[in-house]
Design a protein around this ligand. Structure first.
Ligand SMILES: Cc1ncc(COP(=O)(O)O)c(C=O)c1O
Length: 402
């Protein structure tokens, strides 16, 4: 059969993170900071169970039927109310997770060989999708305020000089996966202005902005473009409910340019026909029933102590030459090790000591990796495990480095 596989399928990479996590699955007593799952304790199970029952009983004739490819209009109405501004139904597409929205946008814009700019590091799930679709992925480093604007313009200029088309800039501005960073307001404006000047669309991947445990929210790129530049087209924002309601529901939405939404919808028609109609209507009722804000407050209250514990364990137990991000939300922190310390080798050592994390090299496009960095997740371990795991990691770093 293999000889029949298409070129794309033969050369397609899988997400190495799943394989890494699988390699530690049978280690008894393992403290894992590796995964990216939300805590199942945050899922609003009772409310969702009641809403699924209600929706299927009362609206089953319509929601068990094939639905619209562009998504449930009732859900879109509720989403616009939730966000506080109505763009019109043609500027929103409901999708099967953010993963599908990202895939459709890339499908709609990128021909093989076209450039997609991503941040370095970035979310591996998107990087492998861009690569599978033939994109020439070019990584631009992050600093503490977000994407490095000088490096971005140099990169785009170099691509143009080489005769390449730059089709989009992929960014995760809030509680970045994997870097834990939030892009500053000033940097957001600079990025929008640059994108407008160069006519390069921005794909704003936003699964985490509502998981803020402290500090002031920064408006999304989409909102800034909408409110301050009166532009609804330069940014395509993709919001996922995976970390809010539960990734099993596979509900997300994209909003932005209506022509692009129409083309993305046309891909959705071919791939899925429609997102799950029952889950869409349940999400609509979750919003209209007023459950969302109390649920978000509860979820943030749940996660906050884990983040605080992780930050204080790192302050106490990590060697002084380790730099790390101090997020105010999300589910990840990111560590910078000294230049000559390799996190892939540290991973093997840590695994033997029953601690795991994801080596940072996995979050870069092929050939553009950095090896002196790693990602820690704080949403899945107990506070005791956080203390013990970070202490063990600090000791291993000292042994490794001396
Ligand atoms: C930055 C980022 N984008 C997209 C996704 C995928 O989201 P979804 O479950 O909505 O497909 C994730 C999931 O971890 C993520 O961290």
């Amino acid at each position: 059969m293999k000889s029949l596989f298409s070129e794309t399928t033969r050369t397609m990479k899988s997400s190495l993170i799943r394989e890494l996590v699988a390699s530690t699955r049978n280690i008894e007593g393992l403290i894992s900071f590796a995964g990216g799952f939300p805590s199942p304790k945050t899922f609003p199970k009772e409310t969702l169970a009641a809403l699924y029952q209600e929706v299927v009983s009362n609206e089953g004739a319509s929601v068990l039927q094939y639905g619209a490819s562009e998504g449930d209009s009732e859900l879109k109405k509720e989403l616009f109310k939730w966000e506080g501004y109505d763009l019109g139904q043609d500027k929103m597409l409901i999708t099967v997770g953010a993963t599908n929205a990202i895939y459709y946008m890339t499908r709609a814009l990128v021909d093989p060989g076209d450039v997609v700019i991503c941040e370095a590091p970035s979310f591996l799930g998107s990087l492998v999708a861009f690569e599978a679709l033939g994109a020439d992925l070019q990584a631009v480093p992050l600093d503490l305020e977000g994407i490095d604007m000088n490096a971005l313009s140099e990169k785009v200029e170099a691509c143009h000089k080489a005769g390449k088309k730059v089709k989009m800039i992929y960014t995760i501005p809030d509680f970045h996966n994997p870097a834990g960073l939030t892009m500053s307001y000033v940097r957001r404006k600079a990025l929008i202005e640059y994108a407008l000047a160069m006519n390069i669309p921005i794909l704003e991947d936003n699964p985490y902005s509502r998981l803020r445990f402290s500090g002031e929210p920064v408006p999304t790129l989409f909102r800034i473009a909408h409110e301050e530049y009166r532009n609804n087209s330069i940014v395509m924002e993709v919001v996922s409910f995976s970390k809010i309601l539960g990734p099993g529901m596979r509900i997300a939405y994209a909003k932005g340019d209506s022509e692009l939404i129409e083309r993305m919808c046309s891909w959705q028609q071919k791939v899925n026909i429609t997102p799950d109609c029952v889950s869409q209507r349940v999400t609509a009722r979750f919003l209209s029933g007023g459950y969302m804000q109390p649920h978000l407050d509860k979820t943030c209250d749940f996660y906050r102590p884990y983040l605080n514990r992780m930050l204080s364990a790192m302050a106490t137990s990590l060697p002084p030459y380790i730099q790390y991000t101090r997020p105010e939300g999300g589910i990840f922190t990111w560590l910078w090790l000294p230049e000559d310390m390799n996190a892939d080798s540290l991973f093997e050592k840590a695994k033997a000591h029953k601690v795991s994390f994801i080596p940072g090299s996995k979050f870069y496009p092929s050939g553009q990796e950095k090896f002196n960095c790693l990602r820690l997740n704080f949403s899945y371990s107990t506070v005791e495990q956080i203390d013990a795991g970070i202490k063990a990691l600090g000791q291993m770093m000292e042994e490794f480095y001396t």
